[in-house]
Design a protein. Structure first.
Length: 118
């Protein structure tokens, strides 16, 4: 599976921003697609995930109620809609993939920077 993320940028607190990840590869129905982020000096955090087949979503408590992850099977994209952004959401965001049942993400796209100013 190959992944290519886009959509980062500089926004103000309270704004919305949508990240998109273009997905290519075979047997995508086996995979869970995730969005993870890493801020300078902090550990990488899994933000949201969605099963390609069935669309089951999971969210970190830090973004629950503000972020929405979705996938489009026709466009082969996984989007992360981020609402009510906070300065603490500033990070390098990655899309990643793992086969359902694996503990770690093994396929990674390049990061896209999100900066939220106060």
């Amino acid at each position: 599976v190959q992944l290519q993320a886009s959509g980062g940028g500089l926004v103000q607190a309270g704004d919305s921003l949508t990240l998109s990840c273009r997905v290519s590869g075979r047997k995508l129905s086996w995979y869970i697609m995730g969005w993870l982020r890493q801020a300078p000096g902090k550990q990488r955090e899994a933000v949201a995930s969605i099963r390609w087949s069935g669309g089951i979503q999971k969210y970190a408590d830090s973004v629950k109620g503000r972020f929405i992850v979705s996938r489009d099977k026709f466009k082969n994209t996984v989007d992360l809609q981020m609402n009510s952004l906070k300065p603490e959401d500033t990070a390098l965001y990655y899309c990643a993939a793992k086969v359902h049942g694996q503990s770690d993400y093994v396929n990674w796209g390049q990061g896209t920077q999100v900066t939220v100013s106060s």
